[in-house]
Design a protein around this ligand. Structure first.
Ligand code: TRP
Length: 329
């Protein structure tokens, strides 16, 4: 059994791409592994130090993960700042992280470029805190997107370095969790690229039905096929990719056939797509609302999740202290 750790950004709402591309897989794999899901609120302070927004953001993301099917009885779901052990491990790992390598990190260079007025030490050591998150539970598998691969690579480097310096085989090599064939990349509705928050082309799990219909009806298409079996342009292919993820095979076949024989009416295709997206999103959206407002349930979830996470974390920190020579009298 693998120990899987998944870190969740506390900024922004989940969109359909997050759900179909990742979350749906998490919901399945939580039963086969020792899973930790945590909301990285400390990390968000490196770029969003806004005390009025932090808690509402965490609240929203937590409700969305629970509504999407992460089960707190099965997996451990917790808030990063509820586990102070991560701050100690971060401090200890910082002793073996070199400023030069941190300065060369792609995400750091990008942040400097975008926010030259706020190049803080938290930003520089962001990968060390992320390594601490992962190594805190000695996670062997971490589901990450492309943009986080370098951070995971650095985690492995820090782990190896620690093991070498102290002559131990303590930290594992944390590998990317790969969903293989099940991995679906959900494109946006604007003709090119993937669905993303920054792209502003997303359908959100919290969207109302009317908003979903409106967004889908505005999806970019072309002027239609003029010859039988002509290849699809990217924007139309994207619509079919989403359709395949939310509709029945019969529906997909029907519209493919319509396209191949040049009879397709994109208006009908979009109407169908909107209804099938709603079938996926609406129940999650309603659960989000219920859970969001159930503060007794939420506080129980984070209290129990925090306890389980601290138990695992304090074991690691005690062992790391011992290895590094911090010992009791
Ligand atoms: N940096 C990740 C992101 O921006 C969030 C994160 C923080 C994370 N700590 C982690 C992800 C540990 C995986 C494991 O998406």
């Amino acid at each position: 059994m693998e120990t899987v750790l998944s870190g969740i950004r506390s900024t922004g709402n989940l969109h359909l791409g997050n759900y179909l591309g990742a979350l749906k897989n998490y919901v399945k794999m939580q039963h086969e592994n020792r899973c930790f899901f945590f909301i990285a609120d400390y990390h968000s302070l490196t770029t969003h130090p806004d005390p009025t927004q932090l808690h509402p953001n965490v609240h929203g993301v937590l409700a969305e993960y629970l509504a999407a099917g992460i089960d707190p009885e099965t997996a451990t779901i917790y808030i990063q700042s509820d586990v102070p052990q991560v701050a100690e491990l971060y401090l200890l790992l910082n002793m073996h992280a070199f400023v030069g390598e941190l300065e060369r990190t792609a995400s750091f260079k990008e942040k400097i470029r975008k926010h030259p007025d706020n190049v803080n030490a938290g930003l520089l050591t962001y990968p060390v805190l992320m390594a601490a998150d992962i190594l805190l539970h000695r996670a062997t598998k971490v589901p990450v997107g492309k943009d986080q691969e370098q951070h995971l690579e650095m985690t492995r480097r820090f782990a190896r370095r620690f093991n070498n310096i102290y002559g131990v085989e303590y930290f594992p090599e944390s590998m990317p969790y790969n969903f293989g064939a099940e991995l679906v990349k959900i494109p946006g509705l604007d003709g090119s690229g993937k669905m993303g928050k920054s792209e502003g082309n997303g359908i959100y799990l919290a969207d109302e039905d009317a908003a979903i219909r409106k967004k889908v009806m505005k999806a970019v298409t072309d002027s239609g096929p003029t010859e039988p079996d002509s290849p699809m342009t990217e924007c139309v292919r994207n619509i079919f990719t989403i359709l395949e993820a939310v509709s029945t095979p019969d529906t997909v076949d029907y519209f493919r056939e319509q396209y191949a024989t040049c009879r397709i009416r994109y208006g009908d295709l979009k109407k169908q797509l909107a209804e099938d997206i709603i079938r996926v999103v609406a129940p999650i959206r309603e659960r989000i609302k219920d859970i969001y407002n159930d503060s007794a349930y939420l506080s129980k979830v984070v209290r129990e999740g925090g306890e389980k996470a601290r138990e695992s974390a304090s074991e690691t920190v005690a062992e790391v202290r011992e290895i590094m020579g911090i010992r009791p009298f």
